[in-house]
Structure formats: structure tokens, C-alpha cells
Design a protein around this ligand. Sequence first.
Ligand SMILES: NC(=O)c1ccc[n+]([C@@H]2O[C@H](COP(=O)([O-])OP(=O)(O)OC[C@H]3O[C@@H](n4cnc5c(N)ncnc54)[C@H](O)[C@@H]3O)[C@@H](O)[C@H]2O)c1
Length: 416
Amino acid sequence: MSKTITVLGLGYIGLPTALLFAKAGHMVKGVDINKRVVDSLNKGHIHLEENGLPELFKDAKNNFSATTTVGSSDVFLIAVPTPLEKSIHVSDLTYVKSAAEMIFPHLKRGNLVILESTVTPGASEKLVIPILEKSGLVAGEFLYAHCPERAIPGKTLEEMVNNDRIIGGFNNESTLVAKNLYISYVKGKIHTVDVKTAEFAKLIENTYRDVNIALANELAQIAETAGIDVWKAIALANKHPRVNIHSPGPGVGGHCIAVDPWFLTENSSKWGIIQLAREINDAMPNHVLQLVRSLLAGVKDPVITIFGVAYKGNVDDTRETPALKFIKLAENEGFVVKCYDPHIKQFEYPILPLDQAVEGSDCIIIITDHDEFKKINPANLCMRRRNVLDTRNLLDHSLWTKCGFEVKILGTGTKR
Ligand SMILES: NC(=O)c1ccc[n+]([C@@H]2O[C@H](COP(=O)([O-])OP(=O)(O)OC[C@H]3O[C@@H](n4cnc5c(N)ncnc54)[C@H](O)[C@@H]3O)[C@@H](O)[C@H]2O)c1
């Protein structure tokens, strides 16, 4: 049955979710506190880069409108940011609290509130539900579910539709109503559970990935010392039916993997490996700088070019990107740093066109695995020195070597 749905937060998660519900026939009001986002959507422009989103927007637009204020609705869905307070490694739930504050004056008996934002275990029960209860209703009179999102940027729509989904309902009725809503577009299996287990399960998914990447990063550094190629070794190890080692790289970024492990541990003192993995991954920009130092030993007034400041390939997202730490470390050592990224328009440092970014440079450092970098013809690059450090094992190294480049790959013991 068609419902009225209010989605609070029209970012990478909220906007696609709102549009999928709208396309499925629900009447969706998207609410964002950022007026520019709202105005742009109402003029027919999408403010985010995501595969398939423009097409979905066209299909859904008759059932979708954007605004800055909340009104009455059958369903309220919260998809606002949950950043980390970095210096103290504690989650910042301010946006979630303010979204709940915006909802409660409009909450009626039988309405459903869904929290999609990632939160610490227990946050629904201790923080969100008490704010919603300021409506005069107690949980159960209004329905509540935590339905964490696990879609990956670049494949958000495909994953939102096809991934399995966890629904943590406050009670059976909440679970059932939420499940009936999601099946209007979700084709993956829906798993139902209590609220706190849903909160916990979301966090352990990304913690697993962070710890696995830390293992790959440690293996990369051991391989460099041992003089072997970690990429080959990992590919071989992954032929084992029960082994799945992730890829090493210049560090971990994004709104989730670099952040969620801290959400998981914030209410406990029983952690070790989780914190260690965070430290290993956070130290990778320092390690990349060591590799650059050895490539450019003896070069006076070195100039380096970063290829990719997005935290991962083929997306326009720089949140928690390891590129930022690397650039700051490099600048502190006197390197002049120039940046090129075909997906990013705005960043803390200027993003230059390709020819300007490499002009006068002594070394290219591949930080992000954008497909565009594979298509660059190295013969056409005018640089002062022809060095490249590939932290993603992305390039055709024999081609770059043929074009006169000294090629270094993270996790390998030799230059090529
Ligand atoms: N981006 C991802 O790939 C991803 C994946 C899984 C889970 N998540 C989780 O989903 C949540 C949302 O992340 P995102 O990437 O979509 O964030 P985002 O920063 O892209 O978008 C959030 C939007 O919410 C708006 N906002 C903030 N407070 C608001 C309020 N009170 N009312 C209405 N709008 C408000 C902001 O202006 C912004 O436009 C986070 O908890 C995140 O951890 C994100």
C-alpha cells in the first residue's frame, strides 16, 4: 500500500533511498537542512555523482519533492550524517538528535520512524527513542526500526536493491511494517532482529573490512622488506577456499570503514585488534611518504603530483580520504604537492587539469584507483622527472616503464 514517507537527509544514502521509494509508488518528501540541496533538487539538478541516479531521479520525480521542513507523514526515515569526533574517537550523534527533534512534533500513533544512519549500539534505545517520546507517545504507540544501510558508493543503487537487508524493529509490529515498506524496492533477503543487534551487526561488517585491510597493509610492508610482490602472493593465498585477504593501499577513507570501528568500541574497554587495525591503516600515508622519499632521494625542491584525492575509485567523495594526510605530511617535509582528480571539483587543495598537475613534477603518486588513470598515455606526460608510485597496483606497469618511468608499486620489494 502506498504511504507518505519523509526522508531526512538527502545525501549519498538518503537521496537514492527517497527516490527508490518514490519510484515504487510512495509519496516521498525529502527534507534537508541544506537549502542549496533542496533548491537544486527542486530545479531538477542532482548534487551528487552516483551511477544511475539521474535516470532514477527522472523516473521518480512525480512522487518526490524536496523541502527544508518536516510535516506529518506515515513514515519518517533518518539518513543524516554520523561523523566521528576524530581527536577523541567518539561518534558525533548531533545530526541524529536534531533529526529526531524535527520529527517528534509531527509524530502520530502508528507512524513508523526508521533510523538508517549508522550509530553506536544502544543509541536508538538511549538517545533517539527518548527524543521521539517527547511527542507524548511511547515507543510501541509509534513504531521504530533501525535499518542500517550497507550500499557502496559507485554501486549504491544496485546494492540498495539487491543486497540483503537487516531490520531491527522495536517490536513485532515495527519490524513487520518496516519489512513491508522495504520490500517495495529491496530484492535481497530481509533479516529481522532486535534494534541493538541491528546496530551492532552494521558496525562489525565495516570493522571486519578495516581489520582485513590492515592485515593486507601489514603484509604489503613485510613483502617490501622480503623483496616479493604482495599482490601476487595475496592473489595466490585467496585461491584457498576459506581465505579472502583484501587489497593493501594508501590508507582507509570514506564515511564508514575508517569510522565505524570506533563507534563499535566507544562503549567498551574490550578492544585490541580493532584499534590496532585503525592505527595500521592510519599510518599508511606515512609509509607511502617513505616510499616517495626513497624514489626521490637526492632530488632538490621536489614536486609531486597526487592522482586521486577521492577516498576510493570512481566516486566524488573525499570524506576521510588518506590523500589529505599524505599531502599534509609531504608538505611538512618541503614537497610541493599538486593534485589531479577527474571526479573531484572541491577539495582542501586546488584540483588542477592533468597537464598543469604533472608539469614540472618529479613523481606521480596514484592514491585513488579511478579508471581514468588507466587510460592515460604516459608518453604524453610532460614532467621534470618520470617517476610513478602506484599504491593501488592500478597501472599497466610495463607500458609506463617503456615510456621511461621508474615505477614503484606499494607492497613490492623492487622498483620496475
Ligand atoms: N555514504 C555511504 O556510502 C554510507 C553507507 C552506509 C551507511 N552510511 C551511513 O548513512 C548515514 C548518512 O550518510 P550519507 O553518506 O548519506 O551522508 P551525507 O553527508 O551524504 O548526507 C547527509 C545529508 O543530511 C543532511 N542533514 C543533516 N542534518 C539533517 C537534519 N537534521 N535534517 C535533514 N537533513 C539533515 C545534510 O545536509 C546532508 O545533505 C550516515 O550515518 C552514514 O554513516 C553511509
